[in-house]
Design a protein around this ligand. Structure first.
Ligand SMILES: Cc1cc2nc3c(=O)[nH]c(=O)nc-3n(C[C@H](O)[C@H](O)[C@H](O)COP(=O)(O)O)c2cc1C
Length: 370
């Protein structure tokens, strides 16, 4: 087990993470229900809300408030905001703190032109002065820790994450997260964990490495290549909701006990139950339920058949019946080990979801409008 890096506990200001792992913010995915589901499965050091526009948070927009909602038991949790006006970002950060955030995270990783106020996200990496003004304004406005999530840079010729991270640290940021891709890469190619190392060399505050971590082995490689203090996992948690717990066990050289088929089935039902509580009608939950079943069963025995069946169903109870039959069938055929592939690598491109495509569309629109 000597190939597993020894990690120090991650300290974000006064907050100590129980595990060196975080669930990545994912718009349209990591709402309160999903975050709690992952947290309850264990091994999760930190959760982060979906990105919330500073504009809408300061306007006290209902949707933004819903996105910022956190569960009383959900700690530590970070509310992520984005925007390009330092004053608005400061007000939004204060709002996030008042809404109960333990940490306020600033998004320098993804631009969303959907938000009309001009854009922010990774574009700020091209505007270091503006980014610095935002860091300063936000830091002054809050007493909880500020963290920053970014990409490696705009493109291969501008890998300035080390400079921006240092700038953030100098302004008082307590942790940095780096997704090992450039902005122009969007989600193409593979995350380059080794390029994150230059960020680590430039800062003293903790660093999380992010991008394409799909297995516990990936986490070890990412940590070794980047020298980061912990990992942040996004899409991997959709395919394998236990991934953070799996990683935490692996990093402590402990055996992870695979959940049984019954536990997996129950996990889905619990999640769907929470989802249904959070929406006005079942119709609203239907698409999400189908999507999650699709992600969860990708590559599993009989998964294709299941997806084909549920695709044509429009009643949640009917989907539950088909799902129950599916798990029964796995048990009857003793296909418990059909989940073993979760420890094997799969191409991150297989994890592209409709939501991610939407996210990419925002980025394209943003580029065209600049
Ligand atoms: C559907 C989707 C939505 C995302 N939304 C956000 C977001 O709101 N804020 C953010 O900082 N990053 C967002 N990201 C980027 C992820 O946090 C993460 O950096 C990226 O997916 C790479 O990590 P992964 O390979 O573990 O998924 C999103 C990614 C996806 C796929």
């Amino acid at each position: 087990m000597s190939n597993i890096p020894t990690l120090k506990p991650i300290q974000i200001g006064p907050i100590t993470l129980a595990h060196p792992t975080a669930l990545a913010p994912m718009e349209g995915v990591t709402d309160k229900a999903f975050r709690n589901l992952i947290r309850n499965l264990g091994g999760c050091g930190l959760t982060v809300t979906e990105f919330i526009s500073s504009e809408s948070l300061t306007r006290q927009d209902q949707k933004a408030w819903k996105m910022a909602e956190i569960d009383p038991d959900e700690h530590p949790v970070s509310i992520q905001i984005y925007g390009r006006e330092p004053e608005k970002m400061a007000i939004a950060a204060r709002e996030a703190q008042e809404l109960g955030a333990d940490i306020v995270d600033l998004n320098l990783g993804c631009p969303s032109k959907q938000v009309t106020s001009g854009c922010s996200g990774s574009a700020l990496m091209k505007e270091p002065d503006r980014a610095a003004a935002i860091f300063k304004a936000v830091k002054q406005a809050i007493s909880v820790p500020m963290t920053v999530k970014m990409r490696l840079g705009w493109d291969d010729d501008h890998l300035n994450a080390p400079d921006i991270a240092l700038m953030a640290q100098d302004a008082g940021a307590s942790m940095i997260v780096v997704h090992g891709r450039t902005r122009t890469q969007m989600y193409k190619g593979l995350a380059d964990w080794s390029k994150v190392k230059a960020v680590k060399a430039n800062i003293q505050v903790p660093l999380l490495v992010n991008g394409d971590i799909l297995t516990a082995q990936d986490a070890v490689h990412a940590l070794k290549e980047s020298s980061a203090d912990g990992v942040m996992v996004g899409r991997g948690s959709l395919r394998d909701p236990w991934i953070l717990n799996r990683i935490s066990h692996h990093l402590r050289s402990e055996i992870f006990e695979e959940p049984s088929l019954d536990q997996r089935h129950q996990h889905l039902l619990t999640y769907f139950g929470i989802l249904r509580q959070g929406v006005k009608s079942d119709q609203q939950a239907l698409g999400r339920i189908k999507k999650v079943i699709g992600m969860f069963t990708r590559g599993l025995a009989l998964g294709d058949e299941l997806r084909e069946k549920i695709f044509h169903l429009y009643e949640i109870e009917a989907i539950y019946d088909v799902l129950a039959d599916y798990f029964d069938q796995l048990k009857r055929n003793q296909l418990d080990d059909s989940f073993a592939h979760l420890n094997q690598a799969i191409a991150p491109s297989e994890l592209i979801s409709a939501q991610q495509e939407k996210y990419i569309v925002y980025q394209r629109q943003y580029d065209q409008n600049r």
